[in-house]
Each structure stands twice: as structure tokens, then as C-alpha cells.
Design a protein around this ligand. Structure first.
Ligand SMILES: [Zn+2]
Length: 131
């Protein structure tokens, strides 16, 4: 069985919902758990936040973008993968950067499923804002 979460710092693994409680909740993204356990989080948080405001913000933004673990069918998973391949090929052919975009952002409750995905140019994606 794969762990639900592994702490990126100390390697603590959570296999059950109860063990998941040892991991910090993501305030901006209530469906998500942080990939650090609470103990490690407390250690780094104080120092890091104080000394690296800019880095901390970008780390937060990156963390918010972590995909939710939604169960999708094999067929859907294959189609989603195809979207990423198509977007990559579009980028290669056109020389313009294409992204697979979540129509409803993950942190606003959108899911990583086919009906919530679209291919956008990187420019359109970034100018959408809100992430
Ligand atoms: Zn830890």
C-alpha cells in the first residue's frame, strides 16, 4: 500500500486517515494536506518565514498547486494524459507555450478531472490569475 503522505523532511509516512492528522492541513486548500508533518512544519515555519518572505510565498504558491488525489477511471486518466501530450505537442509545433489549465482552480475546489481541464497558452493561463 502506498502512503497517503510522506513528510518531505523526516520521511514520516501516513497510511490512514488518522495518521494523516499528523500532517498539517493546508489552510488555503482544505482538501489538501501539506507534505510536511506538523512537527517538521513547526520547526521550519518560524525561521523560514522570518528570513525568506519572498521564497516562502513562492513555496506556498507551489504547494497550493499540488494536485488533489481524485479517483478517476483508467479511461479518463488516459485522456487526461493525452491532454498533456497534446499541449506539449502544440508547444513544440507552434513555439508558443501551452499549459493544461484547471478551469476551476484546484484550490477553489476544482478537481483534476477531464471536465475541469482545458488547454491554454501559458500567457492566457497566467493572465487568468487567482493562483
Ligand atoms: Zn516530518
Amino acid at each position: 500500500m502506498l502512503p497517503l503522505r510522506i513528510c518531505r523532511d523526516c520521511g514520516l509516512s501516513a497510511y490512514t486517515r488518522e495518521e494523516l492528522e499528523l500532517f498539517k492541513k493546508d489552510n488555503t486548500c482544505p482538501y489538501n494536506r501539506d507534505n510536511r508533518c506538523k512537527a517538521c512544519h513547526n520547526i521550519i515555519n518560524k525561521e523560514y518565514k522570518k528570513n525568506n518572505r519572498g521564497k516562502y510565498n513562492s513555496y506556498e504558491a507551489k504547494r497550493r498547486s499540488i494536485k488533489h488525489e481524485v479517483v478517476v477511471s483508467e479511461d479518463e486518466q488516459r485522456r487526461i494524459e493525452l491532454m498533456y501530450i497534446v499541449s506539449k505537442e502544440l508547444s513544440d509545433i507552434s513555439g508558443v507555450d501551452y499549459h493544461v489549465d484547471h478551469i476551476i482552480p484546484l484550490c477553489k475546489g476544482g478537481s483534476h478531472t477531464l471536465d475541469n481541464l482545458q488547454i491554454l497558452t501559458a500567457y492566457d493561463n497566467l493572465s487568468k490569475g487567482g493562483r
